[in-house]
Design a protein around this ligand. Sequence first.
Ligand code: SAM
Ligand code: SF4
Length: 487
Amino acid sequence: MNNTSIKDWVANIVKPEQIKKYMENGRDFINEDRINDLLQSKKQPDKNEVREVIAKSLELNRLELEETAVLLNCTDEEIWQEMYEVGLKIKQKVYGRRIVIFAPLYISNHCVNSCVYCGYRKENKDSVRYQLNMNELQKEIEALVSKGHKRLILVYGEHPSSDVHYIADTLKVAYETKLDNGEIRRCNINAAPMSIEDLEILKEVGIGTFQVFQETYHHQTYRRLHPRGIKADYHWRLYALHRSMEAGVDDVGIGALFGLYDWKFEVMGLLSHAIDLEKHFGGVGPHTISFPRLEPAVNTPFIEKTSYKVNDDIFKKLVTVIRLAVPYTGMILTARENAAVRREVIQVGCTQIDAGSNIAIGGYSKGDPVHNRQQFILGDNRSLDETIRDLADIGYITSFCTAGYRCGRTGNYFMDIAKQGKVHNLCMPNAILTFKEYLKDYASAETREIGERLIAKEISALPNEPVKAKVEKFLQQIDAGDRDLYL
Ligand code: SAM
Ligand code: SF4
């Protein structure tokens, strides 16, 4: 593709009429003055004020911005300990002792954008560019399926060579590839913002969650860090998930990249985003929130220079506040973090992690990570089996469940069942069934032993006798060779 046709493609992506309709009097929903005022006026809240907010979260109510500012400004370590405990309680109430596992699959790193923190930015001459063809993609999928993966997040740079039609083709290949008992049952996507029409194409081919991270909600910082390219348009990105909901792709994932601007501001930005989605789409907010921290990348000096880096202590605090602010939203913790941080942060409210991850393009089938095709360096390189065993050791069932999505239990429906506490009678049993499949087909002997013990414990804890009987029957069927059984 020559430079003129790339330029033409770039010039036609943004559809201003698909942005303006969501704005009010020309203003977006990130009200910086209000956020700053709240963060200033709620400085050093007293214990009782913080405890009142914590109590509201424990009742599984979504917090308002004022209340979240109170939590963010807490300076009392004793109260933070209470918040950590409540974070875990909320997670147990809504999700039970299960963690959803997925793998990231980087498909193409050609990019027309210039995000100063990303190794894939257009100007980075040290980044080796690569885009998988459909045969190579199939090999990657087979490598992932052979380890036991069922859920993926597919990641792409923004470029005409990886436009919506290419993305749709990759989704088809991912779903069509089968290996022994295994297959990918859900593909989420992390890609550039799209138009409503393009999102409808992805809906047709069975996209799972559509993720777009705003990176930073702070307007001026956003402009500075995205100087050129399509991504320079803050509003095209800010309303990407509104368009997604409108297109009927109603599981959406928001996120902020921590390390670009003040962490408290970004948490307030994430919450403002969740509230605005709820406002426009009948009370349904984002399905997931991601909170990646900036990682070193090849030839990307910005990362050493930023003064907003978030240390491990602050990271745990910000994850906890998000958990308390939006009790029903899934929270994704990636292998950018090392194993020790992940163990700690899972206990304050995360619901999904990746495992056995390799973010080099072609890295799963070729094995050897090709460093300069990687976007950044991962902190947790444990295998899927090891991660699952470690989780089982601390009492977590690994869920590969995708039933909810395939039964249409998405968006509004999922929020309703979560709000009625029915997750325990649906999601926990389904998690047990997918965990059992993994143990039968892919686990090491050691993981199988720990896992079977945990399944026995979780079955005895199921609150509903008919559900328990059904799960026990399905488990016998899985032992006999049946697969993909769900409630
Ligand atoms: N190109 C699409 C986009 O920008 O939305 C999707 C792919 S991009 C590689 C996915 C995410 O990677 C970005 O949204 C950003 O948050 C994250 N990212 C970029 N550079 C990073 C870095 N140095 N460390 C950690 N995460 C990074
Ligand atoms: Fe491209 Fe996404 Fe990296 Fe920005 S973050 S340079 S858009 S791949």
